[in-house]
Structure formats: C-alpha cells, structure tokens
Write a protein that binds this ligand. Structure first.
Ligand SMILES: CC(C)(COP(=O)(O)OP(=O)(O)OC[C@H]1O[C@@H](n2cnc3c(N)ncnc32)[C@H](O)[C@@H]1OP(=O)(O)O)[C@@H](O)C(=O)NCCC(=O)NCCS
Length: 213
C-alpha cells in the first residue's frame, strides 16, 4: 500500500507528484535523450498547463527527480458495432455495460521521459505503475484506461507494462519514431468493491456505536 493524495502517489521512497507552478521554470536538469520530449517539458509544458491542455508530474526517488510525465484527458472512441470492434474491445476490458457507451474515459500519457542517466534500471516501469495507482486513487471522474501514443520503438516497453495495442492499426511500413495508440486497463489496479463495502460497514457500525451508547 502506498500513500496518496489528489496530486501524488508514493510507495516507500518513490513518489510521483504534480509539479508546482514555479518548478516549470526549473526543468533545465531534464534530458531524456529525445529532443522533442525535452523541448516539450522545458518550453511547452507551462503553456500547456496555462491553456488547461496538460499537467506535468515529476517522478522522484528520495526527493531526487528521475523522470517527467504529462497527462491529458482522453477517451477511446468506438466506430460502430458493424465491424465488431466495440464488442471485441469491451470483452478485452471486461466492461459489463459497454453497449451503453460509445467511448471509454481515459487519461493519456502525453509525454514521458526518464532522465538518460537512469534508463534501463526499471525507473520507467516503476513510473508507469505509480501512474496507474495515481489514476485509481481519489478520482473526481470515471477513468478506466491509460492511453499513450507510443513510438513504434517503445511498443515492447509498454507491452512489458500491461499496455496493449488498440486493434485495427496498421503498423507495417511505419518508421520507429512514428506512433501507435496503446492502452492499459486500470480496473485491475483499483481497490476491490468488497474492500470498499467493508470499510463502509465499519463506518456505519462506528456511527451506530456513537449514537446508541
Ligand atoms: C522509454 C523509457 C521511458 C524507458 O524508461 P526506462 O527507465 O529505461 O524503463 P525500464 O528500465 O523500466 O525498462 C526499459 C528496459 O530495461 C529493462 N530493465 C528493467 N529493469 C531493469 C534493470 N533493473 N536492469 C536492467 N534492465 C532493466 C526492461 O526489461 C526494459 O527492456 P525492454 O526495452 O526490452 O522493454 C526511456 O528509455 C526514455 O525516457 N526514453 C526516451 C523518451 C521516450 O522514448 N519516451 C517514450 C515515448 S513513447
């Protein structure tokens, strides 16, 4: 179990937390080896925040920054039932009432990078598992999936972290820096209803004790 709030999730010395406003001016330390992603965090992340287009988070170990990630609201839309895609997708994520919805609410990993000094040590995978926990904790709205436009060269990294390719995308002939949509179902990372309902019954029995004793 970790510690959590609206804007952070932490386990032991690892923590993901939302950047404060002034920290956007101090992201010069960040270099993940990908110039486009570096440029986003150093130049564009703040305007994205100000325009309500993205929020950026830092991933830390013992308060030292290791990685940055930005989030945006998203949804996965279904075309039509004709090609059977909605059925296939709904079955894949095991949604009992999926026929009522033409889209599934999601959070998108807009940009993600681990500082180049720390890659290949499990930091990226650990960051993804903190993202999953963050978005099943103290949610204001329903959010069932995490999505990402993954570089072709990073498909395996996301697959190793329980992301799957959205069906019906043509990958053949794409270059390694082209992107494909991948998603991860958040349901397995949320607390079970059983756990919640037992918390609720504990709460009611405490209230009864206070009122009647
Ligand atoms: C992609 C990226 C985020 C991965 O971060 P990372 O910290 O290296 O991720 P991990 O260490 O968890 O996993 C990377 C690889 O290291 C391996 N690995 C995991 N733990 C390891 C460990 N303790 N020791 C050695 N290797 C390890 C994993 O098996 C994985 O292998 P894979 O490439 O076959 O999937 C990072 O390389 C990065 O920031 N790249 C530049 C920006 C980028 O491409 N962003 C993604 C945009 S879609």
């Amino acid at each position: 179990m970790g510690r959590s709030g609206r804007d952070y999730f932490a386990i032991n010395k690892w923590r993901i937390r939302k950047l404060s406003f002034h920290e956007y001016y101090k992201l010069g330390w960040f270099d993940c080896g990908d110039s486009e992603i570096n440029e986003f965090f150093i130049e564009d992340a703040l305007p994205h925040k100000q325009e309500l287009m993205a929020e950026s988070y830092v991933f830390e170990y013992k308060n030292s920054p290791l990685a940055l990630v930005s989030f945006q609201n998203d949804s996965i839309q279904f075309d039509d039932d004709e090609n059977g895609e909605r059925k296939k997708f709904g079955k894949g994520i095991n949604l009992p009432f999926q026929k009522r919805y033409k889209s599934i609410p999601a959070i998108k990993l807009g940009r993600l990078g681990v500082h180049k000094e720390y890659v290949n040590n499990g930091v990226g995978s650990n960051l993804l598992s903190h993202c999953k926990k963050l978005f099943v904790t103290k949610n204001r709205t329903g959010c069932r999936l995490i999505t990402v436009d993954s570089y072709i060269k990073r498909i395996e990294f996301y697959q190793n972290n329980d992301f799957i390719l959205l069906p019906n995308q043509n990958i053949e002939g794409k270059k390694e820096d082209d992107t494909v949509i991948m998603y991860c179902d958040l349901k397995p990372y949320s607390n079970s209803p059983k756990e919640n309902s037992s918390n609720l019954s504990n709460f009611f029995s405490t209230i009864k004790k206070i009122l009647y004793t």
